[in-house]
Write a protein that binds this ligand. Structure first.
Ligand SMILES: [Cu+2]
Length: 297
């Protein structure tokens, strides 16, 4: 009985895992770190409800998405990340430094060096098959300052989060599929680079740096999230504070902006009225701005 259960789980995983990914690697000023170094790892398999996917049961592989109904800690930084927090190193950066992150679609037991080293164009991950991003949605990064008196290796992310990066979509007025998500390159190559600067105005201190792609669609509560969190220690010249942030998981509830789309937007035909990307406003280093796409002529 036990082996049959495992076989069934493996069979389900093999077919589904091709559709998922995890952000597993970070570069600092163009230097790629070893996979999962400075990034909290996840525990897999991990049993959590998978809302809207009852046929797949509670089993989750490493690359499976996180959903709003999962544990708050899972939504913040990936499943069971706190079990790996104490062992995760802290990356020292200066405010204004460049960060890039890269994804992996293969489960850790399948990882080989050629998926991470010697990649074309200095990329952080590569593989001759299946290194696309096959879910449409924005790629984003957030900072959460660690409370005073707490070390980042103990911090679960219950404080505020401020968005510092969004890679959204290009609007194509003359195409049938008008919403062209920039990260979504299924059957296109290559995947774009996910690179941005820690805002120069970021105050000194430790932070969780959360990276995610959110695939929202027209089924409320069904949005898939792919969160990973890095530990960073920022040295900056600003003595202020980050602007007021948002709470996770609350900002990713089904009725929050950008988390449930119309059928038309979910299928890329049009942009919903008053659409904003999920995760609250974007901090440009000076002020918070609405995180809305540019709908060109
Ligand atoms: Cu997927």
């Amino acid at each position: 009985m036990v082996s049959m259960t495992i076989l069934a789980a493996l069979a389900a995983t093999t077919t589904v895992v091709q559709g998922h990914f995890t952000f597993v690697r970070i570069a600092h000023n163009g230097i790629w770190q070893h996979p999962t170094r400075y990034i909290r790892n996840k525990t897999a398999p991990f049993n959590e409800t998978w809302f809207n996917q009852p046929g797949l049961g509670p089993y989750h592989g490493y690359n499976f998405p996180t959903e709003y109904v999962n544990l708050p800690e899972s939504v913040r930084c990936g499943r069971d990340n706190m079990a790996h927090a104490a062992d995760t190193e802290v990356l020292r950066v200066a405010a204004g430094d460049e960060i890039e992150f890269a994804h992996q679609r293969y489960e850790p037991e399948e990882w080989t060096d050629d998926m991470f080293y010697g990649c074309p164009e200095g990329r952080g991950t590569c593989h001759k098959y299946g290194m696309d991003i096959n879910h449409p949605g924005p790629v984003m990064a957030f900072l959460s300052p660690v409370p005073k008196g707490v070390d980042v290796r103990e911090y679960g992310g219950a404080g505020e989060w401020t968005k510092i990066y969004t890679l959204g979509f290009r609007y194509r007025k003359n195409e049938t599929l008008k919403v062209d998500w920039l990260a979504y390159n299924w059957e296109k190559t290559p995947v774009p680079r996910f690179a941005f600067k820690i805002p120069p105005q970021t105050p000194s201190g430790q932070y969780l740096l959360r990276m995610d792609l959110i695939w929202a669609y027209s089924l409320a509560g069904g949005a898939q999230m792919y969160p990973s969190c890095a530990h960073i220690d920022v040295s900056g010249i600003s003595t202020g504070q980050l602007p007021a942030g948002v709470q996770i998981p609350e900002i990713f509830s089904p009725d929050s902006p950008g988390m449930t789309l119309s059928w038309e937007m979910g299928n890329q035909y049009s942009v919903d009225a008053n659409y904003s990307h999920p995760g609250g406003p974007l901090w440009d280093g000076e002020k918070l701005v609405p995180d809305k796409p540019v709908i060109g002529e």
